[in-house]
Design a protein around this ligand. Structure first.
Ligand SMILES: CC(C)(COP(=O)(O)OP(=O)(O)OC[C@H]1O[C@@H](n2cnc3c(N)ncnc32)[C@H](O)[C@@H]1OP(=O)(O)O)[C@@H](O)C(=O)NCCC(=O)NCCS
Length: 101
């Protein structure tokens, strides 16, 4: 998890991932455990929510949804997903932490 800027909001939103599980260990619940633990921790910390770029078919099961208003430069909108903990819908461009270069 890393802090992200979402639109005009420079506090409260966090970017998940990327995550990866070695092929030999996939489909054993490791990915779900990682996502669930990250979500629990972010919720406990009182964050606004989580944004990510990833396959909606996978992240949909955790409640992540694409929103027309939420964008990540260069990424098709169906892969830009969010879950909100406080009821605030995220909007605007996602800017990842500088650590991502
Ligand atoms: C996505 C990933 C992290 C899931 O890890 P995992 O430990 O296998 O996940 P789980 O065991 O919790 O869940 C497996 C389920 O997710 C499904 N799944 C995995 N990748 C998927 C995808 N891209 N789209 C849809 N479903 C996917 C599997 O088919 C499996 O479905 P099932 O529960 O019906 O059998 C792993 O497949 C991976 O490392 N993929 C390559 C990197 C990647 O795409 N990362 C996500 C983008 S950040």
């Amino acid at each position: 998890m890393s802090p992200a800027v979402v639109g005009e909001e420079d506090e409260g939103w966090f970017l998940l991932g990327p995550i990866g599980v070695l092929p030999a260990h996939q489909k054993k619940g490791v990915g779900s455990a990682l996502v669930q633990a990250a979500m629990d921790r972010m919720r406990e910390q009182g964050t606004l929510g989580i944004v990510l770029v990833g396959p909606p078919e996978y992240y949909g099961r955790f409640g992540f949804k694409s929103l027309e208003s939420l964008t990540y430069p260069g990424v098709p909108s169906q892969y830009v997903l969010a879950v909100s903990f406080g009821g605030t819908a995220p909007g605007g461009d996602i800017k990842a932490h500088d650590a991502f270069g």
